[in-house]
Design a protein around this ligand. Structure first.
Ligand code: NOJ
Length: 746
């Protein structure tokens, strides 16, 4: 064995280059190909099983025919496998261990759609730091996160993993997450490499059907899909993952424009690209490669460096090389990129540095990590409706009925992609309330209707009971005698997520009926939603006194919800995605075009771009969320109403807290380019600021506007702003603002 130690903890770039080229010069072609191969552990599959015919995983490790594993974790297990790789192979090149740590490893943070609802960049970063620390302590080097696909169709299950519909908000989350996961140095044993996924356009799967084709223009690709990925590159993300879908007939896994021309040549990305699960092999199924051998060629040629579970590189690259279709130069490039990341992680210095049984047990899943999750859970909650100020629950409301299939569920709040969280380890809503109230109120609980039992596993397809109404009587009985009813409904966490597309986004099973029955005996209903996508809640929204969106809030869910319901915390979350009135509105997003026949309020003409059987607007718009206090906005003042390229102007607005609670407001700035060379959205979020304002006080919020805020992509000349008038909109959400028109000159 010839292990090459770098010996110096300070990674200087040319040392890295020297080290990697020296190592590369000693590698055989077989060893090089081995670095491009990733296997999954046998027991855990997060995609369809791929044939292992003729493959011995252990013997492949010993031969140096594997560079990385997905779903092998734990200090001891990673240590053992690493030892096999290091001790048995000629050059002792360490393995890279990757895992889906989307929102926590042991301590579950809220799901990404929930974290995005906090609009709190610093806290998102902190959550990522905690997740990285826990994962790294269990021997992991790499996570397949952040998922930063702009997602606009609530039928698509993976919306729960995303940060919603807006490119700018997704970009803010991308930056914060990458910075949190990777820290200042990848070599730090408390950080791991991040992976920006899925490049690109996966969130645009047609009709919301997972893995489906995505059809959109290059303009949309550049202006809407790309910004979060560009932000991830600028934040130094180490890896990228390909998307399953095709765009314009080209499956992303063979898209050279994406992975070579744009990502590397235009954006300067210097990490490596991994395929998605068998997405190289699926090029055959897409019908763009005759066989897996051709698929291997196409993917490598496009710039995809590592084959996740596809076996295409493993089985075919050597013969492609021998027959001359793949050059050693092509293989070298990919190997170099992977070795660089291994080097940056410090694996050549000490291949076992992440696998620490001591760190794995101390410093994870403790009061500190749980407190971060709990903070984030509180900040992720969005108050959608609060009639007659039913919330926070008043002291005179002594009797509380807690009802619903999710009211005492200790599992659902953990969400999907729960890594190594223990099933059923969340604090349920009922537990949270009981703990916070500590016997001060009379709480009664009834399930009403149930989740249909199934194994709690990401492969399960659970549903809400459709026939059994036997729980209704008890639910009505306790509702009848209560001052307030808290009704926890929504969807099971495994009804959203990968491969969980739905045509019907209304409340499933008997939940609507349960609501209607309870409403007959008690009108003071506070609906607590648990769900991974915007649901059609139109019917309950009309009648419920309050609606509280909680998504899936992670380990400390129940405490956080209780704190909001009881007024220990003044809700500050804002929707990262529009809530529809009906599934027929999908895909629904605020940032639409004006069209030639926009909807006109008050007009009776039928020739308008709108629905004739329903409102066209969302039930709740992007950026929306209530507080227990109320905020008012002054007019916008501006230090100059026009500016030129290279200059900036300052917009200021006074935001006042007119209510009786201290609160946090998220002040949002939207921009519209009035006349341009191509049609532009009627508004686009360009900046936001979160401000804490005490009851009765005001704050001046300022935004500095530069060309960046007015720019869009041009086929010729790239991203720049065109001269002309722009409407600046500042307000509490995407539908409500003060406006000011400014002029930009070039
Ligand atoms: C498929 C998913 O699309 C991707 O997001 C995930 O990282 C991989 N499976 C590995 O689990």
């Amino acid at each position: 064995m010839l292990l090459l130690f770098c010996g110096n903890t300070r990674v200087i770039e040319n040392e890295e280059t020297r080290f990697v080229s020296h190592l590369l010069s000693q590698m055989t072609i077989e060893e090089k190909i081995g670095q491009l191969v990733q296997y999954s552990s046998k027991e855990e599959l997060t995609g369809p099983r791929v044939s292992n015919k003729g493959i011995g995983i252990v013997s492949d490790v010993k031969k140096g025919s594997v560079g990385s594993f997905i779903y092998v974790d734990g200090a001891q297990r990673t240590q053992e496998l690493q030892q096999l790789a290091v001790d048995s192979t000629r050059l002792g090149i360490p393995l890279l261990f990757g895992f889906d740590v989307l929102h926590g490893y042991k301590t579950m943070m809220p799901m990404p759609i929930a974290m995005a609802s906090s609009w709190n960049e610093d806290l998102i970063k902190k959550c990522a730091q905690v997740s990285a620390k826990e994962a790294a302590s269990s021997g992991l080097h790499w996570t397949f996160a952040p998922m930063i696909d702009v997602s606009r169709d609530a039928r698509w299950g993976r919306i729960v993993e995303s940060s919603g519909e807006d490119p700018y908000l997704n970009a803010v989350v991308a930056k914060a997450t990458v910075e949190g996961l990777q820290g200042n140095s990848l070599a730090d044993t408390l950080t791991i490499a991040a992976c920006a996924k899925h490049f690109a356009g996966y969130g645009f799967a047609e009709a919301g059907i997972d893995y489906n084709t995505a059809e959109f223009s290059e303009q949309t690709l550049r202006d809407v899909v790309f910004p979060p990925f560009r932000a991830a590159v600028d934040a130094g993300v180490s890896t990228f993952m390909t998307a399953f879908n095709d765009i314009g007939g080209i499956p992303c896994t063979k898209n050279k424009d994406l992975f070579t021309t744009i990502l590397r040549d235009e954006w300067g990305f210097d990490g490596f690209v991994v395929s998605d699960w068998n997405s190289i092999g699926e090029l055959v199924v897409h019908g763009v490669a005759e066989n897996k051998k051709e698929a291997a060629f196409l993917a490598l040629d496009a710039g995809v460096d590592m084959d996740m579970e596809g076996r295409c590189y493993r089985n075919h690259l050597l013969s492609l090389f021998e027959q001359g279709s793949v050059t050693e130069e092509m293989i070298n490039k990919s190997v170099e990129r992977i070795l660089k990341i291994k080097y940056r992680l410090g694996l050549f210095e000490d291949p076992y540095r992440y696998s620490s049984i001591q760190r794995e047990t101390v410093g994870v899943y403790n009061e500190g990590t749980l407190a971060v999750s709990e903070d984030m859970a509180r900040e992720s909650i969005v108050l959608l409706k609060n009639e007659n100020d039913i919330l926070p629950i008043k002291t005179q409301n002594k009797k509380i009925a807690v009802i619903g299939p999710f009211a005492n569920d200790k599992d659902v709040p953990l969400g999907t992609w729960r890594a190594r969280a223990e099933n059923y380890s969340a604090v349920s809503l009922l537990e949270g309330l009981e703990s916070r109230l500590n016997g001060t109120k009379d709480i009664q609980f009834a399930e009403g209707c149930r989740v249909v039992n199934g194994e709690v596993h990401y492969k399960s397809l659970l549903d809400i009971e459709k026939n059994d109404r036997s729980g209704f009587t008890e639910a009505k009985r306790i509702a009848n005698g209560a001052d307030v009813v808290i009704l926890a409904i929504g969807e099971h966490c495994y009804q959203s997520g990968e491969a969980r597309s739905q045509t019907d986004i209304s409340l499933k099973g008997l939940q609507q009926e349960l609501f209607d029955e309870i409403y007959k005996v008690n009108k003071n209903i506070v609906v607590v939603l648990m769900n991974g996508r915007p649901l059609d809640i139109t019917a309950i929204n009309e009648k419920a006194m309050a609606v509280v969106e909680t998504w899936f809030l992670g380990t400390r869910s129940g405490y956080a919800i209780a704190d909001v319901l009881l007024g220990n915390y003044n809700p500050s979350g804002r929707l990262p995605i529009s809530f529809p009135r009906h599934v027929g509105q999908q895909p629904l997003y605020y940032s639409k075009k004006n069209t030639g026949r926009p909807e006109k309020k008050g007009s009776t003409s039928i020739y308008q771009s709108n629905y004739k059987d329903n409102k066209t607007s969302p039930l709740y718009p992007f950026g929306y969320g209530l507080s227990y206090t109320t905020f008012s906005y002054s007019e916008i003042s501006v230090n100059n109403s026009q500016f030129r390229k290279g200059e900036s102007i300052k917009l200021s607005i006074k935001v006042s807290n007119d209510g009786f609670y201290d609160g946090t407001e998220t002040v949002q700035l939207y921009v519209r380019d009035l006349i341009a060379s191509i049609t532009r959205p009627i508004k686009e979020l360009k900046q936001f600021k979160q401000v804490d304002i005490k009851a009765g006080e005001s704050k001046i919020v300022e935004f500095i506007i530069t060309e960046d805020d007015l720019s869009f992509w041009h086929r010729q000349g790239g991203v720049y702003a065109e001269a002309g008038e722009f409407v600046m909109m500042i307000g509490p959400n995407s539908e409500n603002h003060q406006t000011k028109t400014i002029t930009y000159d070039i």
